[in-house]
Design a protein around this ligand. Sequence first.
Ligand code: CP
Length: 313
Amino acid sequence: MDSLSVDHLLGIKQLQPEDIDLIFRTADHFKEVINRPIRKVPSLRDITIANLFFENSTRTKLSFELAEKRLSADVLNFSAGQSSLKKGETLIDTVNNILAMKVDMVVMRHPMPGAAMFLSREVNSRIVNAGDGAHEHPTQALLDSYSIREVHGDLAGKKVLIVGDITHSRVALSNIFCLQKMGAEVKVCGPPTLIPKYIESIGVKVEPNLRKALEWCDVANMLRIQLERQRIQYFPSLREYSLQYGLTKQLLDSIDNEFTILHPGPINRGVEITTEVADSERSIILDQVENGVAIRMAVIYLLADKIDKRNSS
Ligand code: CP
């Protein structure tokens, strides 16, 4: 397989294992490129990409922009805060106006679940979901699995634990889909109020005790508490949360199992993970960020192959 089975990257749910494998193999090539003295290739010289961010971002926005520039694409950046959305313009009007400027691909982060899928049905452009509310964050899951693969080899049979606010996390859902498609086993751990009731129906086990969960896993992905998406209080206090579900050096040292530590960022140091653990040798948090550029180069490069210049806006 040398072409994706999808025309857009809307979520991991729509991908086949072969798509994920193709993205990883393409990212292997781009990782080698971005570690060369000249970190740029001319592959997408005739492509224009718009990054539309309707929600805050540091890692994803910069990583997409860098990936696009490393591929020599022309890049437009749009932030909702400074736009005419404030004057009442709809999402479709905003995007169609941008596409009228001959844009080939749209990378979008939006607070509404399903926003990327909606856009893919309404406009003539390749769409990449950079996070849609609490739904999916496919490139984060791809870079997480890619980073696990780098340390542990084949994902099949690996035991991956996701800790924290599973209910409000698009990273959790995309990770679950990606890891399962690649043959890994997934467990979650967190306050019962932040574990969705449907979780076992999608093949994910729940381990309420963090120590037991950490003794089981090859990899622990520590998530942030998504306070901005919580409309009610799901646990007594952040202090209480970190006492039960925070990863500390003391806990790490007391467990006889050398699991790898991931975090998608942004980190709330001292809540889900302490500074000592986040910056320890067991943590691959900054490798995840580096791999994010290679993964996003791979996704954009493979989707660019699907652009029909005759019908481009
Ligand atoms: N991991 C992640 O999506 O980070 P940002 O919100 O900073 O993009």
